[in-house]
Ligand binder design. Sequence first.
Ligand SMILES: NC(=O)C1=CN([C@@H]2O[C@H](COP(=O)(O)OP(=O)(O)OC[C@H]3O[C@@H](n4cnc5c(N)ncnc54)[C@H](O)[C@@H]3O)[C@@H](O)[C@H]2O)C=CC1
Ligand SMILES: O=C(CO)COP(=O)(O)O
Length: 335
Amino acid sequence: MTGSIAVIGAGSWGTALAVLLARKGFLVNLWARRQELVVELEEVRENKAYLPGVKLPAGIRPTTDLELATREVDLVVLSVPSHAVRLTARQLKPFLSPGIIVVNTAKGLELDTKKRLSEVLAEEGLEQVAVLSGPSHAEEVGRGLPTTVVVAAADRQVAEYVQDIFMDPTFRVYTNPDVTGVEFGGALKNIIALATGIADGLGLGDNARAALMTRGMVEIARLGVALGGKAMTFAGLSGIGDLIVTCTSMYSRNRRAGMQLGEGKALAEILSGMGMVVEGVRTTAAARDLARQYQIRMPITEEIYQVLYEGKPVRECVAALMERPRTHEVETGIW
Ligand SMILES: NC(=O)C1=CN([C@@H]2O[C@H](COP(=O)(O)OP(=O)(O)OC[C@H]3O[C@@H](n4cnc5c(N)ncnc54)[C@H](O)[C@@H]3O)[C@@H](O)[C@H]2O)C=CC1
Ligand SMILES: O=C(CO)COP(=O)(O)O
């Protein structure tokens, strides 16, 4: 395919998506905040800090200039961490041509407002927004390993336009009109990855991991459906699919952070050592606020909140979850 695309954000995910698109034949303007990173990308043709071992194809043009990055492109891909989405969108807006589609690839909720990121982008005046989500670690996409994702947009034509751009023999893209469900699945699974990481760090075993993933999905869907997502979306790639990969992959930063918490390391030390974004930390606080506001039961999220923000010893979470009053598995009564 031909054409040009702006990828905004040159961390792990932005770089991997730029590599995928450049291999497909697009010219990709890869925007990074820091000049040192642009120099390294140009000279070494590799993003050593964020995606080591993956060569950048010639079609990738790194830049710190947002105007240059977005000039005459066919699509804008936003790959900055969720806490940077609003400001980046605001800086981007003056350079966007009317009707240009912006695909958000970050997974999180805005901490102050508890909003989904597509809501943040709409508030910043971006008109055509799509969301790309699903089980897709940058390290594997960068190496061209088979990956499936979902593109959600309110407008079918927008979703299919983005689908065509990303679709590749190594990268299969499905569409879904349920933007709300796709965004909640992608954001909230990071909380459960922290939880399963903690369980793994504590050595609690395979049964505990499966329990957290399954009951974690229940509380993700509870909140997501209450706030307008479709139940079936949580059984899809952006729901259970991403939950599985994030709770089991050695590449997941959220899972690795959880493991270190389980091993007794302090959160601040873990985050500074990671050098990459651990989205689940902020998302836990946002989701816990939403759960309280809408009176949704999210016991795992509540425990993770107390560990992250109130210093609760991780071992105490086991009893807190296991010794709750008995309950049914499904909420709509079968008797
Ligand atoms: N790494 C992965 O495999 C995947 C990541 N994502 C999502 O993509 C988003 C970005 O993640 P990664 O690229 O992995 O993160 P990263 O930690 O690898 O890179 C983040 C990049 O954003 C830059 N950055 C940090 N603060 C910024 C700010 N205030 N303004 C502008 N740029 C800023 C950093 O300098 C860095 O280049 C996250 O929401 C993540 O959940 C989604 C799918 C896969
Ligand atoms: O969303 C991801 C994979 O689909 C990335 O997960 P981590 O942020 O935990 O690495």
